[in-house]
Design a binder for this molecule. Structure first.
Ligand code: G3P
Ligand code: CA
Length: 266
């Protein structure tokens, strides 16, 4: 079976990452699922953003944790920043401008997922400014509960999957929302995880593509212990083929359209 295509930060090779335009395009390009990072603003709103600071992805400067939602809303997250990835249709070599300004609120992304015309999953990764340790997961669960998403009928059908590189964060979510599926992201496979065994509070294993290139048997070992593999971030055709061959279940890519054309229709 082909891996499900997960649009990493949306169709982020074609649109500014973590914008509604990037996520909408990803769905048009045939993504099965979306990926986003979440952080808390100073006044404790969850927004979709990868970095600790807004410098790279907006027209402003500063730490997300030190800016209010109102201050962030005055910034352009859609196209006013050079990303180093140019779009041939953009005359100035920048990514196309997203009409919405301000950061994408996590609530708005959930609305897109829940309101999609076909089932779509959202893989949400909590990021950790020190000053908000623990609060990000609490805010996430509160928001998901408001949308009725913390108690899916089954983990396989859950529209939302929580993930983190922090084992503490994943464990915390498991304690408070046991029905919500979780991914433990791995940047290096520690000795204890090398045989594919995960701690009981994680459902899926989340290695990067470099790990699978150097240890292709990892996916089989994890599957044998009941843990599907979510692999990030896979943009090269040879890596996409590798993931398919190894039995990766979820493949996170910045290029959903190109990945779909390698894998074929869903
Ligand atoms: O999907 C997991 C992947 O996003 C982890 O790395 O740095 O892109 O959040 P990063
Ligand atoms: Ca991420």
């Amino acid at each position: 079976m082909s891996p499900a295509v997960v649009a990493h930060r949306g169709a982020s090779a074609d649109r500014a990452e973590h914008t509604l335009a990037a996520y909408t395009l990803a769905l048009e390009q045939g993504a099965d699922a979306l990926e986003c990072d979440v952080r808390l603003t100073r006044d404790r709103h969850l927004i979709c953003i990868h970095d600790r600071s807004v410098d790279r992805t907006s027209s402003g400067r500063g730490l997300v944790s030190e800016l209010t939602l109102a201050e962030l809303s005055a910034l352009d997250f859609g196209g006013g920043h050079p990303t180093g990835r140019s779009d041939p249709t953009a005359a100035d070599g920048r990514l196309p401008v997203d009409r919405a300004t301000g950061p994408l609120r996590f609530d708005d992304l959930l609305d897109l997922v829940v309101g999609a015309s076909r089932p779509v999953r959202l893989f949400v990764e909590t990021k950790h400014p020190v000053r908000f340790g623990g609060l990000v997961e609490r805010a996430l669960l509160h928001t998901l509960a408001r949308h009725g998403l913390t108690r899916p009928a089954s983990k396989e059908d859950s529209p939302v999957v929580m993930m983190s590189f922090s084992s503490r964060a994943v464990r915390r979510v498991r304690e408070h929302a046991p029905a919500l599926p979780t991914v433990l992201l791995l940047d290096r496979i520690g000795r204890s995880l090398h045989d594919g065994t995960l701690p009981p509070w994680a459902d899926y294993t989340g290695p990067g593509i470099r790990l699978l290139r150097s240890d292709p048997d990892y996916v089989r070992r994890a599957e044998a212990r009941g843990h599907p593999t979510y692999c990030w971030t896979v943009d090269e055709p040879a890596d996409i083929e590798l993931c398919r061959r190894l039995g990766v279940r979820f493949l996170a890519t910045n290029r959903p359209a190109a990945t779909r054309s390698v894998l074929g229709p869903a």
